[in-house]
Design a protein around this ligand. Structure first.
Ligand SMILES: Cc1cc2nc3c(=O)[nH]c(=O)nc-3n(C[C@H](O)[C@H](O)[C@H](O)COP(=O)(O)OP(=O)(O)OC[C@H]3O[C@@H](n4cnc5c(N)ncnc54)[C@H](O)[C@@H]3O)c2cc1C
Ligand code: SF4
Length: 505
């Protein structure tokens, strides 16, 4: 045995789990496909990140029609949290039950908010969460945040005030950055303009490398093997256990194997690990592996007040959940979603993303815009799924649900922005390549015939395989997924520790 617990992937799920188990004395081995993301000036250069895609994979996946596309994802220690906008929201209490949407119901979780609440507390503390408890009317019960909210700069403060004057309830966006607002001189975070979508050159973002893997590696019993892409999981002759993990760096064995390669790659790996016992994919007797892929309906929005320049540096500090529970319109009693400010769209970012536009126009637009991110809940649909083509290429079938609700959310926001003085409002919907919020491909549940994992995220079909990345979610909600992935990894970590100490794993 190379380890007691072998973790595949070091992102939000895997990195957090490694830290959760680090002081248990158990021998932990993390196998990570990528390497440490290089620390270099390009980390903060829009052209390097968004035009050259230096830190994104150059893999091509195919969509449902077989058209190739480049997924916006990367393989590094820390996973996609290296690029995340660090917005760390808890799911609402009602997100754990069935919610009725215009296009159908969500699926209930086998656990309730109270089961995750202590782990949310722990995750917020490890990941430097800043926020203001009770400011968001839809927020679940909670204590104070570890750190106070990140203050707004002038343009966002104005928007906050104007929205309040209209009777809405904006609140400070909870953020995972290591910022000491009362001691800026010694603050690791300098409030730079290149946070959302960029790696942090200063290692001040609360990502899974900084807050998960590195603290875990201070323990002698934890090892990390980079460049170890897992190719196949081999099960035992009786089909009950993972016996060997095949990687580019050789074969590894462990008592317990935890898959945390991200929702798309974890499903792809299980499908690629078919065998005599599991002809349609490992742990796939339910035929649910790869199905129910969800990714949010997301749109970026630029709102421009022609006479007013926006000099914000760090803009991502405000959020609004007034349409989270329902639209507020009597003829449309359905949730619309969540709105948060976006990292500042600078002239450099806009030019890198839209090189065809004339530079003076992009520079003017970006220096006058306040920028937003709108999110509507996607719904589980078994036809939205990850499959493998015969050449091993990932195929992602995705037709988002709830398009009408997202259209209404954007339209409402446009009208609200007009009322507070933004005359020009542009939306850019995200397409299939924007896989940032991928979840759902190995959902957990009580029933082994329609879920892949049990409520502790152990595969129903195997005794020693767990999955702790975003795959486990049976519904996505309309808030960003990372904090829930981290909290769930902590919950599963506590369970695994008990199982191993009692000799049951
Ligand atoms: C630009 C961007 C902005 C985002 N902003 C936010 C935000 O503000 N708030 C939020 O909550 N979420 C945000 N997200 C989403 C967030 O990053 C993900 O939800 C989260 O990282 C998913 O965690 P995970 O553990 O499922 O997977 P990941 O974090 O992606 O980790 C998976 C890990 O597995 C490794 N791996 C993959 N395949 C293999 C293999 N075969 N063998 C070995 N290792 C493998 C990968 O290299 C990676 O390290 C953002 C994402 C992006 C890209
Ligand atoms: S804002 Fe702070 S945490 Fe984000 S990239 Fe800049 S220095 Fe790092």
């Amino acid at each position: 045995m190379d380890a007691d617990i072998l973790i595949i992937g070091s992102g939000a799920g895997g990195g957090t789990l490694a830290r959760a188990l680090a002081d248990s004395g158990l021998r932990i081995l993390i196998l990570e496909r990528g390497d440490f993301l290089p620390r270099e000036w390009g980390n903060w250069e829009p052209d390097t990140v968004f035009r050259e895609h230096r830190y994104h994979t150059n893999e091509q996946w195919r969509d449902g029609e077989g058209q190739p596309f480049s997924p916006v994802t990367g393989y590094h220690v820390g996973g996609n949290t290296k690029f995340y906008g660090a917005a760390v929201l808890r799911r609402r209490e009602k997100d754990f039950a069935v919610r009725q949407h215009r296009d159908g119901p969500t699926r209930p979780w086998p656990i309730a908010y109270e089961d995750l609440a202590p782990h949310y507390d722990q995750a917020e503390s490890w990941y430097f969460a800043h926020g203001l408890a009770s400011a968001d009317p839809t927020e679940p019960p909670r204590g104070p945040y570890p750190f106070p909210p990140i203050p707004h700069e002038a343009a966002v403060a104005e928007a906050d005030e104007a929205l309040r004057a209209l009777g809405y309830h904006p609140f400070p966006l909870p953020l995972a950055i290591h910022r000491l607002e009362d001691d800026p001189t010694h603050s690791p975070c300098v409030r730079c303009p290149t946070c959302d979508g960029f790696p942090c050159l200063l290692h001040a973002k609360g990502d899974a490398e900084v807050c998960g893997v590195r603290p875990a590696l201070t323990h002698d019993n934890v090892r990390l093997q980079t460049g170890a892409r897992v190719r196949k999981l081999h099960c035992s002759a009786d089909g009950r256990r993972i016996e060997a993990v095949e990687t580019d760096k050789g074969i590894f064995r462990a008592r317990v194997v935890v898959l945390a390669a991200g929702a798309v790659n974890s499903a792809a790996l299980l499908l690629a690990s078919s065998s005599e016992h599991f002809p349609t994919g490992l742990a796939n007797r339910s035929d649910q592996v790869g199905r129910n892929y969800m990714c949010h309906l997301n749109s970026a929005c630029m709102a421009i007040r022609p006479g007013r320049e926006n000099r914000s540096v760090f803009q991502k500090t405000l959020a609004l959940n007034d349409f989270y529970e329902d639209s507020g319109d009597p003829d449309y009693p359905f949730p619309l979603g969540h709105i948060q400010s976006l990292g500042k769209v600078t002239p450099g970012v806009l030019h890198a993303e839209r090189p065809g536009l004339p530079i003076p126009a992009t520079a003017w637009a970006a220096s006058h815009s306040v920028d937003w991110w709108l999110t509507t809940e996607d719904l589980p649909d078994s036809n939205n799924r990850v499959t493998l083509d015969s050449d091993g290429t990932i195929r992602l079938h995705w037709q988002p649900r709830n398009r009408e609700s997202h259209r209404r959310l954007c339209e409402k926001w446009r009208q609200m922005l007009h009322r507070v003085g933004f005359l020009a409002v542009f939306f850019q919907p995200m397409d299939i390549s924007a896989t940032a919020h991928q979840v759902g491909t190995c959902r957990f549940g009580e029933d082994p015939t329609d879920s892949v994992l049990d409520p502790y995220c152990k595969a129903h079909d195997l005794d020693n395989l767990y999955v702790v990345d975003a795959s486990f979610m049976p519904s996505i909600s309309a808030v960003n997924p990372s904090l829930t992935i981290m909290a769930n990894a902590l919950r599963v970590g506590a369970h695994l520790r008990r199982q191993c100490q009692d000799g049951r794993a």
